[in-house]
Design a protein around this ligand. Structure first.
Ligand code: BG6
Length: 526
């Protein structure tokens, strides 16, 4: 997202028409869900936005027994399915045949085992053949859309096969999906393993929350506007609430989720990215290292989270979006006495001059009452003297809510005088919705991220030290929870706002959670 390439935002396509340099994208996990649901639709959107060069090509690698033709067919069937039934992220009324063919004819498939060195020999051969083509300069982006256990092995195999070596100005880069490790020591070990083969600037650790326009906009909101920054500190803000409430359960991901849980799945990555964007100091520029250094600094200033400031929950049967749902413990591939948390709430303190004494409350959970991801900044109350003994004392403080999804926008609540001879004060709001100002972009959230890898802009990706600092902050909670199994699971009903203990976490400090979805326009409340 550096200014030079603020085209990192594909949204600015008309202003800065920048095509990515020719390159081959090698997707490990080509037959997997992520590739079908997000990577390929994102590539299609990049084709539509004219972001990919003629010399672009794709090699899909997977152990599934497919040919290039059957792989393409699977992918185009999936795109057609999205058109007919709508996808989670990809929406289109039709697939443009010219654009799809442009992409499809550049796809080849290599069937192979990720752990077998022979696969890499064959891949090297294919890439060498591609390198001979006049429109290809040998740039290769390896996308590891695979289970976490393969990350280190694939990078080592790529290194052994000489595929990560950069020469004659051609680059070799690797995208690594989340989860990056499952605790501090595994994240450190994985960093050490891949940094043995690659340099830091070849590694793009993805967090898809940073692909969201609303998340990228936080820095613009804070640093391109004069009105917010003077209030953006412990003098102006009493506390901050960050919520990522989901109305989905674990669906078919029981096996993965049992080992992961809500804390690992959402906190050191997605929620901390929101925390970093909202709380980091201004970087000196939008240069990737300037931005990432400020994020790491912020994570390093987080006081190690005390287990007393952490609440975990697991859902029992209930109703979500008017449908009955079962206990987490009865979901497929979930243990009948599972102790995995599907909800987490934390109180986070940041020990620096800007935020000392300002609690940041984070919560996320599956099967909650309303789908809503937002950051709510609660401002300090105005002094009461002027309004003593009036109902104003009961008025809520000013709250600025950044709606990340849905109904992307910004909502500010404040007080106003009700018209009339008496001073009567009422709560009112200003509401900015992106859709009122900008044309909606067809985006699955991966376009910007993939495009940024092609142009070499790492601003929106995690550096080794950032990932480790985030794990470091949550490690005390992981340790305490592992040592002490929960005694009250399940402790919240599906479709509710979460466990009661999460309310007590704020009550202790004289605060209360904003009702989930309070700032959403009615039509968006699911
Ligand atoms: C993923 C988690 O990384 O993020 C999921 O593994 C979660 O469990 C998802 O549902 C949330 O992302 P989004 O973009 O749907 O809010």
């Amino acid at each position: 997202m550096n200014t030079e390439s603020s085209a990192s935002s594909v949204a600015q396509s008309t202003a800065q028409d920048r095509q990515a340099p020719p390159a081959t994208l090698v997707i490990f996990g080509a037959a997997g869900d992520l590739t079908k649901r997000l990577v390929v639709p994102a590539l299609y959107n990049l084709v539509r936005a004219r972001r990919l060069a003629d010399g672009f090509s794709i090699i899909g690698v997977d152990s599934a027994s497919l040919t290039a033709e059957s792989w393409r067919k699977q992918l185009s069937d999936m795109m057609e399915f999205f058109v007919r039934h709508g996808g989670d992220e990809f929406h289109a009324s039709e697939i443009d045949p010219t654009d799809w063919n442009w992409l499809a004819q550049r796809m080849s498939y290599l069937q192979g085992d990720f752990t077998d060195s022979e696969t890499y020999g064959r891949l090297a051969h294919l890439l060498a053949k591609r390198g001979g083509a006049s429109d290809n300069v040998g740039n290769v982006l390896f996308y590891l859309a695979v289970a976490e256990r393969f990350f280190g092995q694939i990078v080592e195999q790529l290194g052994r096969a000489g595929l990560t070596r950069e020469s004659n100005g051609a680059w070799r880069r690797v995208i690594i999906e989340k989860p990056f490790g499952h605790d501090l020591s595994s994240a450190r070990a994985l960093n050490a393993q891949i940094l043995n083969v690659l340099t830091e600037d070849q590694i793009y650790r993805i967090d898809h929350f940073l692909g969201k326009e609303t998340v990228q906009n936080i820095l613009v909101l804070r640093f391109a506007n004069g009105i917010f920054e003077p209030q953006w500190n412990r003098n102006g803000i009493s506390h901050v609430q960050i919520t990522a409430a989901e109305t989905v359960g674990v669906e078919a991901r029981g096996r993965f989720y049992e080992k992961t849980g809500a804390l690992r799945d959402m906190v050191p990555n997605h929620l901390f990215q929101l925390l970093a964007m909202i709380a980091m100091e201004p970087p000196v520029s939008f240069n990737p290292d300037a931005v990432r250094a400020k994020k790491t600094e912020l994570f390093s200033a987080i006081r190690p989270i005390s287990p007393d400031d952490a609440v975990r929950g697991q859902y029992s049967a209930g109703r979500v979006r008017d449908q009955p749902v079962r206990d987490y413990r009865r979901e497929p591939d979930v243990e009948p006495d599972s102790q995995t948390e599907t909800y987490v709430a934390l109180k986070v303190g940041i020990d620096n001059w800007r935020w000392a004494g300002v609690p940041f409350y984070l919560r996320t959970g599956k099967y909650l009452s309303t789908r809503c991801t937002e950051i709510a900044l609660h401002f300090r109350q105005a002094p009461y003297a002027l309004f003593r003994d009036t109902p104003v004392e009961r008025l809520p403080p000013n709250i600025m809510t950044l709606r990340i999804q849905p109904a992307e926008g910004l909502y500010v609540s404040f007080s106003a005088k009700r018209p009339g001879p008496e001073i009567e004060i009422d709560g009112v709001a200003m509401d900015f919705c992106y859709s009122d100002y900008f044309e909606p972009l067809s985006s699955v959230g991966y376009e910007t991220l993939i495009y940024d890898c092609f142009i070499g802009d790492a601003t929106l990706f995690q550096r080794a030290d950032t990932v480790e600092a985030a794990w470091w902050a949550v490690q005390p909670v992981l340790d305490a929870w592992a040592a002490q199994p929960p005694r009250d699971f399940p402790n919240y009903a599906a479709g509710s706002p979460g466990p009661e203990a999460a309310d007590r976490l704020l009550q202790r400090d004289g605060h209360a959670w904003r009702p989930i979805g309070a700032g959403l326009p009615r039509r968006n409340v699911e």
